[in-house]
Design a protein around this ligand. Structure first.
Ligand code: ZN
Length: 385
């Protein structure tokens, strides 16, 4: 390792800066930012844009959004080699959550709505860029783009295109979602997801008077559910879950309507298409019923490639050489914006956010002592990748 690439000056700088980062973490957590609330989202975007410019000297371009909070394209550096960092400022928490349980610190852990998913992760990235700038370590050939979106927690409907456009221009993408615990493993793959609604039409009748005249949509749905669940194949990493069923209007009525919501997770697009073929071609078991399927693939899988492995190897080497610590890689059935970036063919490393636990739960927290180290790891990756 060349001396000038040593991470320790970055790490000690970030350790000095941790109190300031925590102050900003408190401010950002104490700001409700539910995905579907444009006014609060916009104010959160204002706040992050201000901090980014102040700390990195970079530029922020605001991408107007008529539906949810505006998206932010934050950039430093003027090089030709673009590196993308993906973060989101929305949380799963409703308006008023902050007043119920504001930011707090206990036993070297910070708590509060969205602290772990992912306000701490976004601040780590801003401070990583701040450190690179202050220590004059930002490589001249690079331009780092931090994309902050407002609607990740509801599937990124208004930001997906922007993410894909920036991914297409980038040599690598880093995602600020939390790592896998215990151990803080980075995520090198994620399954993709699809969602379907299966509707069954039958024939209604009085169950006491005319039982034989009815054709039960509920009975038909039951057969279909058994067939759908059986598509699960753990050896391929494929899961099918009928998660919601509805149907019928009373116990003495043969139901003419029933429906099911289906979630599918898969490791590859080929597998996604194989399962979709099954689902769209389901055929009725009971004569006289009709099936209709709506829906499709929502997020492509983040497939692990050789380039992803090389990025991970770099992160692993940094942890080993600089701190003598090992770093694991992991994968998950949960999706993130990393899925969209990876599907554009960009090597994508996810899980570069804050360490902690209990995402999407009132117990969510981050470990304060890991913040400067994870920020330094990201800074070093940005410098060397
Ligand atoms: Zn998240």
């Amino acid at each position: 390792m060349e001396k000038e690439n040593n991470i320790m000056p970055i790490y000690s700088y970030l350790q000095q800066k941790t109190p300031e980062l925590l102050q900003l973490l408190q401010e950002s957590v104490n700001h409700d930012s539910p995905s579907r609330d444009k006014a609060h989202g916009d104010r959160m975007a204002d706040w992050f844009a201000r901090q980014f410019v102040r700390l990195t000297g970079g530029k922020v371009e605001r991408v107007k959004n008529p539906t949810y909070g505006d998206q932010l394209r934050c950039a430093v550096g003027n090089g030709d080699k673009q590196i993308l960092i993906l973060g989101h400022y929305d949380t799963v928490w409703p308006l008023g959550e902050v007043s119920r349980r504001p930011f707090s610190v206990k036993d070297r852990k910070a708590y509060g709505p969205g602290v772990y998913d992912m306000k701490a992760g976004v601040l780590q990235a801003i401070f990583a860029l701040h450190a690179l700038q202050q220590l004059d370590r930002l490589p001249a050939d690079k331009r780092i783009v931090l994309l902050l979106n407002s609607d990740e927690e509801i599937g990124s409907p208004t930001s997906r295109q922007l993410i894909e456009e920036e991914a297409m221009r980038s040599a690598a993408a880093f995602v600020l979602e939390p790592p896998a615990e215990p151990g803080g493993a980075l995520k090198t793959w994620r399954k993709g997801s699809a969602r379907y609604t299966l509707t069954v039409k039958g024939v209604s009748a009085h169950s006491g008077v005319d039982h034989q005249k009815g054709i039960s949509a509920i009975e038909e749905l039951a057969y279909q559910i058994a067939a759908l669940q059986a598509l699960t194949d753990y050896s391929r990493g494929t899961t099918v879950n009928v998660g919601v069923i509805k149907g019928g209007i009373g116990a003495n009525v043969i139901a003419d309507h029933a429906e099911a919501e289906i979630d599918v997770r898969f490791m590859s697009m080929a597998e996604a298409k194989r399962i979709e073929e099954h689902i769209v071609h389901l055929s009725p078991v009971l004569k006289g019923t009709r099936l209709d399927v709506q829906g499709g693939i929502r997020r492509p899988p983040m497939e692990k490639t050789e380039q992803t492995s090389a990025l991970f190897a770099l992160a692993h080497a940094i942890m080993r050489e600089e701190w003598g610590e090992s770093l694991d890689e992991a994968g998950t059935g949960g999706v993130s914006d990393g899925n969209f970036a990876a599907a554009c063919g960009v090597p994508t490393l996810d899980g570069l956010g804050a360490r902690g636990g209990y995402a999407h739960s009132p117990n969510e927290f981050v470990y304060l002592d890991d913040i400067p180290k994870r920020a330094a790891l990201l800074a070093c990756l940005l410098e060397r990748c």
